[in-house]
Design a protein around this ligand. Structure first.
Ligand code: FES
Length: 279
């Protein structure tokens, strides 16, 4: 797996595919829908439950007598539902870092092989060739399992589409810390501060001050260097790296590729000094 991460020979194909995905999925609404912004969680891992569940169930039914029809139905369900899951995965993949895209490319290739085997299995079953359909389905399950293993590496070792900022909280102690003199805090400006070596951004609007983790949950981009934009009446910070956008008054994700809300920290003012702590 480490060799795949470092294999630059995958880049020409990966770069071409990335351009194709970005030029095909151009609308912000479509991209946000596929990233899972509306769900507050990446959509791709949730969507793959349907094909994986259907294909594994079909593999069990293929071992039992008198279950041809049910197995064929499940192979068909898995094959059809794999397509939107793949589109959501490609949409996430196109905004990953280069080493993640290399592994993601091999993950997608394994799953594409699985899809071809399952589509062929479905065709064989529909022609009455159930023995051949079973063999093709088990080959498909092997390819899909390889793809799942690679996907696990991508998520759990490389941290793709995992919230990159939340682990920052583990470095903070659970006590109130002074971070700014409220009287000197400018209005509607992003200010960066450190709390226990954790970088946070401050944004003041009237007497309300937001304290938010500074690392973008998508790929750790510096939100403190982002732009403040008004979106649907809410002040939002736009990540300078890939454009993920978060409301400054609640942390809700407005645009992807991040699919998680950004963590806010509680605040209080004591003798004119703004303090914050762990949520
Ligand atoms: S790091 Fe990718 S959007 Fe912020």
């Amino acid at each position: 797996m480490n060799k795949i991460e470092q294999n630059a020979a995958l880049d020409p194909v990966g770069d071409r595919l990335q351009r194709a995905v970005q030029s095909t999925l151009r609308g912000q609404r479509v991209r946000d829908l596929l990233h899972g912004v509306w769900l507050g969680h990446p959509l791709h891992p949730a969507m793959v439950q349907v094909p994986v569940g259907a294909w594994i169930s079909a593999a069990v039914l293929d071992l039992l007598p008198g279950q041809r029809r049910a197995a064929t139905t499940l192979v068909g369900l898995g094959t059809v539902s794999a397509l939107p899951a793949a589109v959501a995965g490609l949409n996430d993949w196109a905004a990953l870092a280069r080493d993640q895209r290399r592994v993601g490319l091999v993950h997608a290739a394994s799953n594409s092989v699985a899809l071809v085997f399952y589509a062929s299995s479905l065709a064989a079953r529909m022609r009455g060739r159930h023995g051949m359909g079973r063999v093709l389905a088990y080959l498909g399950l092997s390819a899909a399992s390889t793809g799942a293993y690679i996907g696990g590496h991508l998520a759990y070792k490389q941290g793709a589409q995992v919230n990159q900022s939340i682990s920052e909280l583990h470095r903070m102690t659970d006590e109130w810390k002074a971070i700014a003199d409220l009287a000197t805090l400018p209005q509607r400006e992003l200010i960066t501060r450190e709390v226990d070596d954790v970088s946070v951004i401050l944004y003041r609007h009237g007497d309300d001050v937001t304290v938010m983790l500074e690392r973008c949950p998508h790929q750790s981009g510096p939100l403190g260097e982002g732009e403040v934009q008004e979106i649907e009446g809410h002040a939002c910070v736009v990540c300078p790296w890939h454009g993920s956008t978060f409301r400054l008054n609640g942390g809700e994700v407005v645009h992807g590729p991040a699919a998680n809300d950004q963590q806010l920290l509680p605040t209080r003012v004591v003798d004119g000094i703004l303090q914050t702590k762990l949520p």
